[in-house]
Ligand binder design. Structure first.
Ligand SMILES: Nc1ncnc2c1ncn2[C@@H]1O[C@H](COP(=O)(O)OP(=O)(O)O)[C@@H](O)[C@H]1O
Ligand SMILES: [Mg+2]
Length: 504
C-alpha cells in the first residue's frame, strides 16, 4: 500500500543521486528518500501544504521501504524497523502526537521528504561531489548550540609556531569565536613585525593548511594589537539562517530609506545597510559563491512589511530561474519578470521614462530629491529597485542594454530608482567604464582570481573568501567589511511571497 507519493521532478533527482551521487545504480531509491527526510528536518520551520499537491505523476512508496516498518532485526535484508522512531521524531518536530494520527504522520512525512528532495535538487548538481555536499548540508552547524565549539583545528600553539615561521613574534591576547572564523587578537611587541605579518599572510595560511582560504588581518583600536581571522572547517561553522532576517525586519520596518539585511559580520553582529544611500550595487562572484542567495536576502529585506505604495521591484533575469518566483507579487514593477533581451530593453526604457517623469514632478514640488520630497510631504512615490540577475549573460546577448543602464546609474538615484546588478563574470567587459564609475556599492563573493577581486572592489581579497555567502561588502565606507551572508531557504522566500500576496 502506498504511503508517500512523489512527482516526476522528485523522481528525476532521486535517479540523479543514485546514478551520479552514489555511482551505484543498484542502490535503493528509499535511501535517497531517507536522506531527503534528514535534510528537511534541518530546517526549523515545518514544510508547507504545497508538498501535498503533485504536479505530475511519479512513484509511490510504502512505509515498509521508507522507515522499515514491520521489518525484523534478523530479516535477511538487514533493514531495521525505525518507524516508531520516525513517528517520535516528527511528533517532537511538529509538537503533535502522531502516534495517534497515522494519516497525518504520512502526510507530514511526505512533505518532509519532498522538501528535502527539492533542497537536493536546487543545491546539488550531478557534476558536484555528492558526499561532500551531504556532509555540508546535513552536518554544517550541528554544533551550534554548544557555547564553545571544541575541535582540533588551529590551536594557539600551532598559530604561534606558524607566526614564528614568518618572523612574527606575538602574544595571543584574546580568542573570539565567530560563526565561521576564530578571531585571534595578537599583541605584537615589535612594531616591525606588523609588516612581516601583513606580507606573510599567504605563507601563514599555507602553513596552517588552509588551502585556498585565507587568513584576514583586522585592525583593532588597541595599541600594537591586531586581529587575525582564521577560518574553521565547514563542519564547525554555525549556521546563519533566514530567521535572522525576519527578526531584524521587526524593527527595520519603521526605518526610512531602503534598509536591507544580509547576515552577520565575522563576530556575529547583524549587518544591514541602507540601499537608498548606496545608491546602486554590484554583486559579483564565481558560480556557487552565493550571489543568488544574497539577492534573495536583499529582495526579502525590501519586501518585509513594505507596501507597493512604498516599494516596487523591477526584475530582469535572463535565465528565468531565481527571480521568476517573484512573478506577480504586489510590489512588482511593470508587466512581469523580464526574461528576453527585448523585454529587458522595454523595461529599461520604461524606467527611463519614469525617471524623467519623476524629475518633472520633483521640480514642480520644489524638491531636489525623493527623500526630501517625501520628508516634506509634498510628493509620495514608491522607490523602485531594479534587480538584474546574470548581467554578463544579458550583455552577451545584447550590448545595447548597457546604454540605458548607464543612464539610470548616472541619473536615477535622486528620483528614488536604484540598481542591483549581479554577475558571475566580474571582468572588465561586463563591468567597465561608465557603469563602473556610477555603481559605487560593491559586494564581492568568492572569486577565482585576485584580478577579479580588483575589478569588483578595487583591491584583492575576495579570492581568499570561504564561498557559501562569505563576502566583502563595500557600501559607503572605503574599507570593505567581511560579512557572512545568511542562508535564505526556499521556504523563507515562499513565506515572504505568500505574506506579500495575502497582505494585499
Ligand atoms: N549564506 C550562505 N550560507 C550557506 N550556504 C550558502 C550561502 N549562500 C550560498 N550557499 C550555498 O551555495 C549554493 C550556491 O548559492 P547561489 O546563491 O545559488 O550561488 P550563485 O548564485 O553565486 O551561483 C547554495 O545552494 C548553498 O548551498
Ligand atoms: Mg546564481
Amino acid at each position: 500500500m502506498a504511503d508517500v507519493y512523489t512527482d516526476s521532478d522528485d523522481e528525476l533527482v532521486i535517479s540523479q543521486v543514485i546514478n551520479f551521487g552514489f555511482y551505484t545504480p543498484k542502490h535503493h531509491k528509499y535511501l535517497v528518500l531517507r536522506l531527503a527526510l534528514a535534510r528537511s528536518m534541518r530546517f526549523s520551520s515545518p514544510p508547507d501544504e504545497d508538498f501535498d499537491h503533485l504536479q505530475s505523476t511519479g512513484k509511490e512508496y510504502s512505509l515498509e521501504q521508507i522507515t522499515g516498518k514491520g521489518k525484523k532485526a534478523n530479516d535477511e535484508s538487514g533493514v531495521l524497523d525505525f518507524d516508531d522512531a520516525t513517528i517520535a521524531l516528527l511528533s517532537v518536530y511538529h509538537k503533535e502526537d502522531l502516534f495517534a494520527d497515522p494519516k497525518r504522520y504520512k502526510k507530514l512525512l511526505q512533505r518532509h521528504i519532498r522538501r528535502g528532495l527539492r533542497e537536493i535538487r536546487t543545491s546539488w548538481s550531478p557534476s558536484h561531489d555528492f558526499i561532500s555536499f551531504l556532509q555540508e548540508e546535513l552536518f554544517a552547524g550541528t554544533k551550534e548550540n554548544a557555547t564553545e565549539v571544541s575541535y582540533d583545528e588551529t590551536g594557539p600553539e600551532q598559530l604561534l609556531e606558524a607566526l614564528v615561521e614568518i618572523g612574527v613574534q606575538a602574544e595571543i591576547k584574546e580568542k573570539i569565536q565567530g560563526a565561521r572564523i576564530d578571531r585571534y587578537n595578537l599583541y605584537l611587541p615589535q612594531v616591525g613585525h606588523f609588516d612581516s605579518l601583513r606580507r606573510g599572510l599567504d605563507k601563514l595560511a599555507f602553513s596552517l593548511g588552509l588551502g585556498n582560504e585565507g587568513v584576514f588581518m583586522q585592525p583593532t583600536a588597541e595599541p600594537k594589537v591586531v586581529g587575525l581571522d582564521i577560518p574553521r572547517q565547514r563542519q564547525y561553522w554555525q549556521s546563519i539562517d533566514g530567521a535572522g532576517l525576519f527578526h531584524w525586519a521587526e524593527q527595520a520596518k519603521k526605518q526610512a530609506g531602503l534598509p536591507v539585511w544580509l547576515g552577520q559580520d565575522v563576530l556575529g553582529r547583524d549587518f544591514s545597510f541602507d540601499l537608498a544611500e548606496v545608491p546602486h550595487l554590484l554583486i559579483a562572484g564565481t558560480t556557487g559563491s552565493g550571489k543568488s542567495v544574497t539577492l534573495h536576502a536583499l529582495i526579502l529585506s525590501l519586501l518585509q512589511g513594505r507596501s507597493p505604495e512604498e516599494i516596487q521591484l523591477a526584475f530582469i533575469d535572463p535565465k528565468l530561474v531565481e527571480l521568476s518566483r517573484y512573478q506577480d507579487i504586489p510590489q512588482q514593477y511593470g508587466a512581469g519578470v523580464a526574461h528576453l533581451v527585448t523585454e529587458a530593453m522595454q523595461m529599461l526604457k520604461e524606467l527611463i521614462a519614469e525617471m524623467e517623469k519623476r524629475n518633472q514632478l520633483l521640480e514642480e514640488a520644489g524638491a531636489s530629491n525623493l527623500s526630501e520630497a517625501i520628508d516634506s510631504g509634498r510628493l509620495n512615490l514608491p522607490r523602485i529597485v531594479v534587480i538584474i540577475e546574470e548581467l554578463a549573460d544579458l550583455f552577451s546577448q545584447s550590448r545595447e542594454l548597457e546604454a540605458p543602464l548607464v543612464r539610470l546609474a548616472q541619473k536615477a538615484r535622486s528620483v528614488g530608482i536604484h540598481l542591483v546588478l549581479a554577475t558571475q563574470r566580474p571582468d572588465a567587459t561586463t563591468f567597465s567604464g561608465l557603469l563602473r564609475t556610477n555603481i559605487p556599492g560593491r559586494i564581492a563573493l568568492r572569486v577565482q582570481k585576485s584580478s577579479e577581486s580588483r575589478i569588483i572592489l578595487d583591491e584583492t581579497g575576495a579570492e581568499k573568501l570561504l564561498g557559501a555567502g562569505d563576502m566583502l561588502v563595500k557600501v559607503g565606507s572605503a574599507i570593505p567589511i567581511r560579512i557572512h551572508g545568511a542562508y535564505i531557504s526556499q521556504d523563507d522566500i515562499k513565506r515572504s511571497i505568500r505574506y506579500a500576496k495575502e497582505r494585499r
